[in-house]
Write a protein that binds this ligand. Structure first.
Ligand SMILES: NC(=O)c1ccc[n+]([C@@H]2O[C@H](COP(=O)([O-])OP(=O)(O)OC[C@H]3O[C@@H](n4cnc5c(N)ncnc54)[C@H](O)[C@@H]3O)[C@@H](O)[C@H]2O)c1
Length: 347
């Protein structure tokens, strides 16, 4: 598959370029960024562009859009217009309306839209999903999802936290991965009740803490927290509880705990996974090695999504949209004091 990359010179864009070059199924068709120097420095011999029409004029099947979300919509629309499939970084857009327009446009163009929720591929979180699918936990009852870090000091650019560019705060940043994770594990999120607050960092429109309850049509509920006030540092955690056990997945560090029982409250069997190879690799090289490994797996699934293969882990267009609908629903619920209903997307 011939893939073009927009935003190729960025922190994530460079990793996306590396994954396309490394995968024997994909070929780097062209790169684009805002300056010729930046584009050429990350082209690895592929044609480099600053002009969108010239970039899209190259022979390609799909694009990866790794720009900030506030410039994404026209790029997606142009790619769809050229009949190209799109893998978009998260969040899909910085507005609910923009995300809905992009989702609708992908559908009417008849192309595939994948979303960069690469934490689905982190081994600890993939394990959680696999344990749920195995039935070992019995009937799933509820889950807890958490994503947090210590806020503004972690951002390199204003657009990452100022709501006019980012869409909002912790819900749209570290939290959006865990919103997607909740949906990935629950099946769908159709009701959101929550409270968002912003009195620590005091960035207008950007919540620094959000706590919510999500409900799925199956009756399974999730408690959710996204925060910029975790002074312990960056952390994402999922815990899923069923009639016959529980599973926990966490990063960083990468860890799992699985408890299974022969009956509710019965004899407990406990297993732990420590991922020492990953911890060593991260210590010797960088956390980026874990991100790149997930991008590699995600790219393989994106190829599968375009080919129409079933049973993939990748986040699709519905996942991209629902994560943003939920991020918008928590502040709405905060304002009204009422739960927000979201019809199932069915993707
Ligand atoms: N999946 C993850 O784990 C993860 C982690 C961090 C960031 N992200 C997301 O990745 C995206 C990029 O983040 P980043 O940290 O790499 O940012 P970055 O600033 O390092 O890179 C963005 C790149 O996009 C380019 N760009 C901006 N506007 C453009 C335009 N109109 N056309 C072409 N290129 C343009 C910039 O010049 C820059 O090279 C964001 O959506 C961010 O939320 C994802």
């Amino acid at each position: 598959m011939r893939i073009g990359i927009i935003g190729a010179a960025g922190k994530i864009g460079q990793m996306r370029v590396a994954t396309v070059l490394a995968d024997p199924r994909t070929e780097l068709a062209a790169v684009m960024d805002v300056s010729r120097e930046k584009a050429e420095a990350n082209a690895h011999g592929a044609p480099a562009f600053t002009d969108l029409d010239a970039f899209l004029g190259q022979k390609m099947d799909a694009v990866i859009i790794s720009t900030p979300s506030f410039v994404r919509e026209p790029l997606c629309m142009a790619a769809f217009g050229a009949g190209l499939h799109v893998l978009s970084e998260k969040p899909l857009s910085n507005t609910l309306e923009g995300a809905r327009r992009i989702h609708a446009a992908a559908q009417s163009a008849g192309v595939k839209l994948g979303a960069g929720f690469n934490m689905r591929y982190y081994p600890a979180f993939a394990y959680v999903r696999d344990v749920i699918d195995s039935g070992k936990l019995g009937q799933i009852n509820h889950m807890r999802v958490y994503g947090g870090h210590g806020g503004l000091a972690n951002f390199a650019h204003d657009w990452e936290y100022k709501s006019e560019f980012s869409g909002g705060g912790a819900l749209w940043d570290v939290g959006i991965h865990m919103t997607d994770m909740a949906r990935h594990l629950l099946g769908e999120i159709t009701e959101v009740y929550g409270v968002a607050t912003g009195n620590v960092w005091n960035v207008p429109g950007s919540e620094d803490n959000a706590m919510a309850i999500f409900r799925a049509p199956s009756g399974v509920t999730a408690t959710y927290q996204a925060t910029w006030i975790d002074w312990k540092g960056y952390s994402s955690v999922v815990e899923v509880y069923g009639s016959h056990g529980m599973v926990r997945g966490a990063y960083a560090p990468m860890e799992n705990l699985l408890i299974t029982m022969d009956k509710p409250g019965g004899t407990r069997k406990m297993e732990r996974k420590g991922y020492f190879g990953i911890k060593l690799r991260e210590k010797l090289k960088s956390w980026k090695t874990t991100a790149v490994a997930s991008f590699q797996d995600e790219l393989a699934d994106f190829v599968g999504l375009v080919e129409g293969r079933p049973g993939l882990r990748i986040a699709d267009a519905d996942a991209a949209l629902r994560a943003i609908e939920v991020a918008a629903a928590v502040p709405e619920s905060t304002r009204t004091g009422q739960p927000v209903q979201l019809p199932a997307l069915g993707g």
